[in-house]
Design a protein around this ligand. Structure first.
Ligand SMILES: *Cc1c(COP(=O)(O)O)cnc(C)c1O
Length: 232
């Protein structure tokens, strides 16, 4: 997409449709110039799923002197890339924490951060083999939450704040609507039971171009939209 008028129309329509939820524009298909153009017409939240693509774009914004952009890391994160990620200017949130080990790696790199950081725990909800995320019900998620809470409660300057849970709906499915509803309702129920158990507010990061309408029905707060905004 290289037409700023068309992008502005799509952005405005989607923003109205999901109001008051947050639209994260996923720019993994976009060039730096395209993302700068998107920023110039009012988009502020951008998502990337690879550390080095995010770094390239965030550095370009930084060099332009732009400081009010919010970068969301949404892809699978390898532990050996954590330190490079944490240093990125205007990094706002990481949506894809999928193990206690990864969380521990983030905590050990906290001095690299230039600002506080929101984090989401990614939950495996689709039933598909290759998707990452904490499984539901095996105790590993509780371990990670307890680790987080213990640090949060004892370190006044702890820079991470748990914003919520992230999940991805099924992609290859014979029953798209049914399987998507099942996946998103699992995340919705899990969120509700964790809010009760831990007494902390938790938001939901769920919904992509093909399934965001269903995600809205299950109280999604952050919609991660790529192709519907940027693909021709
Ligand atoms: C690519 C991607 C999206 C956006 O996907 P679209 O179908 O293009 O909207 C959202 N979330 C994650 C984790 C992604 O990798």
């Amino acid at each position: 997409m290289n037409n700023s008028k068309e992008l502005a129309i799509r952005f405005e329509k989607l923003t109205r449709e999901i109001y008051p939820k947050t639209l994260i524009a996923v720019t993994k298909y976009s060039s730096i110039d395209e993302v700068l153009m998107a920023y110039s017409i009012g988009l502020k939240d951008f998502g990337e799923n690879r550390v080095y693509d995010l770094k390239e774009k965030a550095d370009a914004f930084h060099n332009e002197g732009i400081t009010d952009v919010r970068w969301h890391f949404i892809g699978h994160l390898q532990r050996n890339k954590v330190r490079d990620l944490l240093k990125i200017p205007n990094l706002y949130a990481i949506h894809s924490i999928d193990s206690l080990k990864l969380l521990q790696e983030l905590v050990s790199g906290q001095s690299l951060l230039n600002q506080p950081l929101k984090i989401f725990f990614q939950i495996h909800i689709s039933g598909e083999e290759e998707k990452t995320g904490f499984p539901i019900g095996d105790g590993t998620l509780d371990e990670a939450v307890n680790f987080y809470m213990a640090l949060k409660n004892t370190h006044p300057q702890f820079p991470f704040s748990l914003e919520g849970l992230m999940g991805m709906g099924p992609i290859r499915t014979e029953d798209f609507e049914g399987d998507t509803i099942r996946a998103f309702s699992k995340l919705f129920e899990l969120r509700n039971s964790m809010v009760e158990q831990y007494k902390i507010p938790l938001k939901l990061s769920m919904g992509m171009s093909q399934d965001y309408k269903i995600a809205l029905e299950f109280d999604a707060d952050y919609l991660r939209l790529g192709s519907i905004l940027f693909k021709n």
